[in-house]
Design a protein around this ligand. Structure first.
Ligand code: GLN
Length: 493
């Protein structure tokens, strides 16, 4: 592994600023890391030519004394963001050959800040999944393996390629999207930081839609500081997305060292779910101790509707998905499978173009929105969603942030839970409530399981208080001293 791929985003930024190395050098180091890790299937499309051109332009700007804020920093982009002139697939067969003539707002902001695009990362098809096993382009492998167990493991999902690339030192940082946990859970599985911002903090424009009232872009990085840097360059109001918030974007990096003295951290008793492993419980307690030692006040809180969050999410998300995915009909985008009539062409295209999980969601979504069942399922779910948001609002009268585990287990072997959708959906038990309430939440690598696999802790904040979340996350990060390297890079075996 090259020294240059070991740097954090902040270190690389500073190193480039001092002229210790060039954008071309650090880009080449990452391109060769990607090549070496190719068997993990992190990328759907590698863009080495674009990366070298971006790097060259960055070096020229620096030579002229006009560097951009993130000039020359190589990053990876989840293949759910549309990228101008570059294949954008959502990991679905139905988007075969789709090359958008436009760029998503978030990736455009990062491009305009000078970052170098290494490629488009693999994901679950249309971001539906928790293990990156539903991709048309094949599963992604986690760079971590358990001690004494050589089975290949999932990186989590749906932003599994982004998480694996950052953990595997194939990108300084990556962007993902989170609808019900797809940034935080893969971050936890791969031992990196993943931040889902407040709904509305980042523009959704140009992100291939899954469930529009939940989808949110966010950074996946190796440190909290890097997440703060990335978020600053991703966030902001966008006239092209009416749900993006007209709010100032703070300098998140400037506040991360402010600590948690005087902050009140809530521990929701409803998150002590049946069957939680004792090591996860111990880690959670450890997190409590770390925050208390840093001067936070720990308060027990109640989020009484927590147990309804998962079923509510798995009604609302498929409902919105069934509507969003209606546009893939063989006429406007990608794949077309001919038939004897237009109707048959639609059916053939959608039948062949969508994988099993996507078809399942379209069916569930269509069902819960159908005339006879709308009130019983969809409307009810909307009401429960409001209760869940209310639970958080009440808790935030007493506390400033909430601490929970990110996921109920560490990364599991590829193949497990694959024919049991309910078991797969249970991965999201701790992440969906914040999604339904639209709140910012971060996962921080906090320790290793008994098997030597990463475990994450989650902090959920008040709406638009990413600063509070990042501050507390930084305290956890400092206390946890998570320096273990993935097995692939010679870490714990
Ligand atoms: N795992 C969840 C799902 O399958 C969340 C996905 C996401 O956040 N995109 O829907």
């Amino acid at each position: 592994m090259s020294e240059l791929t070991r740097l954090t985003l902040a270190e690389a930024r500073d190193g480039l600023g001092r002229g210790d190395f060039s954008a071309r050098e650090i880009t080449e180091a990452h391109l060769s890391a990607i090549e070496q890790a190719r068997s993990l299937n992190m990328f759907i499309t590698e863009t080495p030519e674009r990366a070298l051109a971006d790097a060259g332009a960055a070096d020229e700007r620096r030579a002229r004394g006009e560097p951009l804020t993130l000039d020359g920093l190589p990053i990876a982009v989840k293949d759910l963001f549309c990228t101008d002139g570059i294949l954008s697939t959502a990991a679905s067969h139905i988007l075969d050959g789709f090359v958008p003539p436009y760029e998503s707002t978030v990736s455009a902001k990062l491009r305009d800040a000078g970052t170098v695009l290494l490629g488009k990362t693999n994901l679950d098809e249309f971001a539906m999944g928790s293990a990156n096993v539903t991709s048309y382009y094949g599963e992604v492998e986690n760079p971590w393996r358990a001690r004494g167990d050589n089975r290949r493991r999932v990186p989590g999902g749906s932003s599994g390629g982004s998480a694996a690339a950052v953990a595997g030192r194939c990108a300084l940082a990556a962007i993902g999207t989170d609808t019900g946990g797809s940034i935080r859970q893969p971050a936890a599985f791969c031992g990196i930081v993943g931040l889902k911002p407040t709904y509305g903090r980042c523009s959704r424009w140009g992100i291939i839609a899954f469930a529009s009232s939940l989808d949110q872009a966010g950074p996946m990085t190796r440190t909290v500081r890097d997440a703060a840097i990335m978020l600053r360059h991703m966030a902001g109001h966008d006239p092209k997305d009416s749900t993006s918030a007209p709010r100032e974007v703070p300098d998140f990096e400037a506040v991360i060292e402010s600590g948690v003295r005087g902050m009140r951290i809530g521990i929701p008793k409803e998150y002590r779910v049946d069957g939680m492993s004792s090591e996860l419980e111990a880690l959670w307690q450890q997190g409590v101790n770390w925050l208390r030692a840093a001067g936070a006040e720990i308060v027990e809180v109640s989020l009484p509707h927590t147990r309804y969050a998962l079923p509510t999410y798995y009604i609302i998300a498929p409902a919105e998905a069934s509507s969003n995915l209606a546009r893939y009909d063989g006429v406007r985008y990608g794949l077309r499978v001919e038939g004897n009539s237009v109707q048959e062409m639609y059916e053939n295209t959608r039948g062949e173009g969508f994988g099993a999980e996507v078809r399942r969601r379209v069916l569930i979504g269509t069902y819960v929105l159908s005339a006879g069942y709308y009130d019983a399922y969809y409307l009810k779910a909307q009401k429960v969603r409001a209760r869940i948001a209310q639970d958080f609002a009440r808790a935030y009268e007493k506390v400033d942030a909430i601490l929970t585990p990110t996921a109920p287990t560490a990364a599991f072997p590829i193949g497990e839970k694959m024919d049991d959708p309910i078991a797969m959906y249970l991965n999201d038990v701790f992440t969906v409530p914040a999604s339904l309430a639209g709140l910012p939440a971060i996962s921080v690598p906090a320790g290793l399981s008994g098997e030597g696999l990463p475990l994450g802790l989650q902090l959920i904040g008040r709406a638009f208080d990413e600063e509070g979340v990042l501050r507390a996350a930084r305290v956890l990060e400092e206390a946890a001293e998570f320096t273990a390297l993935p097995t692939m890079l010679g870490g714990s075996v």
